[in-house]
Design a protein around this ligand. Structure first.
Ligand code: 0L1
Ligand code: MG
Length: 261
């Protein structure tokens, strides 16, 4: 893929994000044969432009980490993108739906590493040994594509729908929990909308961090100590509406919440 096309596709997605409007997915007509590798080139361009604007990467995020989603998209690998500082929502704060296109929320387990992890060959055990703490999180996803309708390359080029993140402050060492059986309920205005457990993320969220390290190693990068890592949704994502009070409660990992106006 030539630089001109990478630039054109990055502009296409970035403008939709800025103008908060839906676009037809890239693979419909703009570039039907977009491959996964090319899509990551578009994502890299998008990241480079955000950094050039003065935004900062807070940490990486993993997506398509459930068996159900992988089957639905006919893939065997999850995907990664980046959370930026302008996406961070303080715990207990309010967001406005007007700042998004058609936002959804999903509960996740976050990791912070005490030391860098560099693939290939990183295992879940390596991750658990390197982990400083885990924490509860809510991710706001907001695909720039009409009706969240995309192929895998489309969503990679769109920075994996990253739009917001609420990091809870209840920190636990990973050996204090069995992460695969940490349960979660996602409630809106006190009514449970979805529930799940850590095992929904590649069998254990530690596997998600290992896969991230191994995927990043293909471009000579590593998972960095100190950065919060979103490991993937524990439940299906739920649409946000004005007036929502969103709360995720975890077994042994506290809770995290925010409001929507
Ligand atoms: O964080 C995620 O799992 C989102 C990945 C992209 C899929 C979506 O937007 O539904
Ligand atoms: Mg997510």
């Amino acid at each position: 893929m030539d630089k001109h096309t990478i630039d054109e596709l990055a502009t296409y997605v970035l403008q939709a994000e800025r103008e908060k409007r839906e676009i037809v997915k890239i693979t419909d007509t703009l570039y039907p044969n977009l491959t996964i590798d090319e899509a990551y080139l578009v994502q890299e361009e998008l990241v480079t432009r955000k950094l050039a604007e003065g935004l900062q990467i807070v940490g990486p995020k993993m997506g398509i980490t459930s068996e159900a989603k992988m089957k639905q998209m006919n893939v065997t690998d999850p995907i990664y993108g980046y959370v930026f500082n302008n996406m961070i929502v303080e715990e207990g704060a309010a967001v406005s739906v007007e700042d998004y296109i058609h936002p959804k929320v999903e509960p996740e387990i976050g990791f912070v590493l005490a030391r860098d992890l560099e693939g290939p060959g990183v295992t879940a055990l390596d991750v658990l040994r390197a982990t400083d703490y885990v924490f509860p999180a809510l991710e706001i996803i907001d695909s720039r594509y009409e009706n969240f309708n995309f192929t895998l390359p489309d969503v990679i080029a769109d920075n994996t729908s990253a739009a917001g993140a609420v990091f809870g402050t209840y920190l636990r060492r990973p050996d204090e929990l069995e992460l695969d059986v940490v349960g979660v309920t996602l409630s809106i205005n006190g009514e449970i909308q979805a529930l799940g457990a850590g095992a929904a993320v590649l069998g254990n969220p530690a596997n998600s961090v290992a896969r991230l390290a191994n995927m990043l190693s293909k471009k000579g990068e590593k998972v960095k100590a100190g950065q919060p890592i979103l490991t993937g949704g524990l439940t299906a994502a739920v649409r946000l509406e004005p007036g929502d009070y969103v709360q995720a409660k975890y077994g042994g990992l506290g809770e995290v919440s925010f409001f929507v106006k």
